[in-house]
Design a protein around this ligand. Structure first.
Ligand code: NAD
Ligand code: TYD
Length: 327
């Protein structure tokens, strides 16, 4: 199979490209190389590369030549950045998705939209989100991802496009840009910098190893039904426990943990019902305890990958997001 992987230089997309190439498939990557896109993630991987924006229909048309499918990872992805400025999120996650859908429609090829559990909003009182549940996104990020999902469903119904959606839980593993909880706390702990935990730290997330997430996306690419969404769940943990474990694994001082001003609109808990994906044959291979230990070890051993990222634009963002919280 020859597959166009948009956002393939990012965290999950680059693991997916490597997975396709390992399986003997051909990957064509289209990526705008925003702050989180990184050519180093694809070093030594034989994939054709197009530095371009998914919002540019001509670039997409050129890259998709000869492909049988598009898997769309390209997105603005960080909730805190969406709170500081939502415009890019609407542009890429909604308008960009529509450009890809249009191309899938015209070329008559399959599309898999990589979405998130955050589109369901939070579940404070127990229970699990199922694929047919109403979308109740809380942040500009999750609202833009929900907008992308709804475009996909509209294109399936209106134009008969062959498209499916995956809704993955919080993903962790090597090569994740150090702004989200696990890579931020791991790199801060390794640097002896404070770990800024929002609010009481009792929020809960499901943690999904990147390889398990990619296996699910590949399965949906090959066997998912058009117009269907598939939840990809993980293991539920409280943020406080994840932070404490990272301190233990790095051997950093417990005093580095700081409770700071909460994220506005902060979702308390996500949890997914994964029966539909399991019926296709998926189950997670990684256990969170081992997966987290291996990931923290990867960050400890791969400073050359992340140290250069924690300067320039990153520092400016970090100051804006955390300086007043840590003051
Ligand atoms: P990431 O930020 O590491 O990667 C995003 C990639 O998209 C980058 O390479 C970036 O350069 C590229 N990109 C951004 N805007 C673009 C544009 N307009 N045109 C072309 N390329 C563009 O993100 P990630 O964590 O790898 O997430 C990938 C996908 O998975 C996203 O759609 C995200 O919503 C979804 N997702 C992520 C998680 C998670 O926990 N990380 C969980 C569930 C779903
Ligand atoms: P994050 O990794 O940003 O993913 P998401 O918001 O998409 O779930 O955050 C995971 C959890 O960690 C979330 O409850 C917010 C919390 N968090 C902190 O407490 N401090 C931080 O500095 C960050 C980035 C996240």
């Amino acid at each position: 199979m020859r597959v166009l992987v948009t956002g393939g230089a990012g965290f999950i997309g680059s693991h997916f490209v490597k997975r396709l190439v390992r399986a003997g498939d051909e990957a064509v990557v289209l990526d705008k190389l925003t702050y989180s896109g990184n050519r180093a993630n694809l070093e030594g991987v034989g994939a054709e590369f197009h530095a371009a924006d998914i919002c540019d229909p001509h670039a997409v048309e050129e890259a998709v030549q000869g492909c049988e499918a598009i898997v769309n990872f390209a997105a603005e992805t960080h909730v805190d950045r969406s709170i500081l400025g939502p415009a890019d999120f609407i542009q890429t996650d909604v308008a960009g998705t529509q450009v890809l859908l249009d191309r899938a429609r015209r070329a008559d090829i399959r599309l898999v939209q990589v979405s998130t559990d955050e589109v369901y909003g939070d579940l404070e009182d127990g229970g699990r989100s199922r694929e047919g549940d109403p979308l109740r996104p809380s942040s500009p990020y999750s609202a833009s991802k929900a907008g992308g999902d709804l475009q996909v469903l509209a294109y399936v119904r209106t134009y008969g496009v062959d498209a499916s959606i995956t809704r993955g839980a919080n993903t962790y593993g090597p090569n994740q840009y150090p702004e989200k909880l696990i890579p931020l706390f791991a790199t801060n702990a390794l640097e002896g910098e404070p770990l800024p935990l929002y609010g009481d730290g009792r929020q809960r997330r499901e943690w999904l190893h990147v390889e398990d997430h990619c296996a699910a996306i590949e399965l949906v690419l090959r066997e998912g039904r058009p117009g269907e969404a598939y939840n990809v769940g993980g293991e539920e943990r409280e943020n406080l426990d994840v932070a404490a474990r990272i301190l233990e694994l790095t051997g950093a001082d417990e005093g580095l943990l700081r409770h700071v001003e909460d994220r506005p609109g902060h979702d308390r808990r996500y949890a997914l019902d994964t029966a539909k994906l399991r019926a296709l044959g998926w189950s997670a291979a990684a256990a969170f305890e081992e997966g987290l230990a291996a990931t923290v070890e990867w960050y400890a051993e791969n400073r050359a990958w992340w140290e250069p990222l924690r300067s320039g634009e990153y520092r400016a963002y970090y100051e804006q997001q955390y300086a007043h919280r840590l003051a």
